[in-house]
Design a protein around this ligand. Structure first.
Ligand code: 5GP
Length: 178
């Protein structure tokens, strides 16, 4: 069923059941990959709060979580502007970091984040992104964990917004002509 958010129309794209199934698989994969370690998850606000909450509950390891945010949050479109992280109040020196992101579009945002984290002496840095859009597939930064590879559609729901709205939708929707 089509929904309207502000001036745009959206149609169901990835149902909640498929999201939860994939998130559970990623949680199990992380638990296997990081056995014997205590990773620090860094979900990037605002968009990744729903993914992070579900993912963390599928991880069966001892782990920590610290939410971070871009200093200049740009809303819904990729501007290509480089941003720095705020809210990092734990020492990340020698830590195994898993950055949790909602969506990778060009990959520019995450490449800056990865560079910043590495400069702080982390032991390892990997990315878990719920969605990777087509342009990011060409980017040098390769997430270790990817929920769904999609084309270039604009999506919302499950934490992702359009002008601040739609984050509370349980499924993921794609923009369709009005
Ligand atoms: P990148 O730096 O990878 O180009 O941009 C990633 C950011 O762009 C995401 O964190 C998100 O804020 C925004 N973004 C890119 N594509 C979409 C989309 O389809 N839907 C929503 N809601 N945000 C998007």
């Amino acid at each position: 069923m089509k929904i309207t958010v502000k001036d745009l129309s959206f149609a169901p794209f990835i149902p909640e059941s498929a999201i939860l199934e994939r998130v559970a698989q990623i949680g199990q994969q992380i638990s296997a990959d990081y056995a014997g370690r205590v990773p620090l998850f860094l979900p990037i606000l605002n968009g990744s709060f729903v993914f992070a909450a579900d993912l963390l509950r599928e991880v069966s390891l001892e782990c920590r979580v610290s939410f971070v945010k871009h200093a200049s949050y740009q809303g819904t479109t990729s501007t290509g502007q480089l941003k720095t992280l705020i809210g990092l109040n734990e020492s990340i020196f020698n830590q195994d970091i898993i950055v949790v992101e909602d969506i990778m579009d060009t990959g520019l945002t995450l490449s800056k984040v990865i560079e910043e984290l590495r400069s702080l002496g982390t032991r390892s840095v990997e990315i878990a992104t719920l969605i990777r859009k087509a342009p990011a597939r060409e980017h040098a930064v390769k997430p270790k964990y990817i929920g769904f590879d999609i084309d270039n559609e604009f999506v919302l729901g499950y934490g992702l917004d359009y002008e601040g709205l739609g984050r509370n939708l349980s499924a993921i929707y794609q923009q369709v002509p009005v």
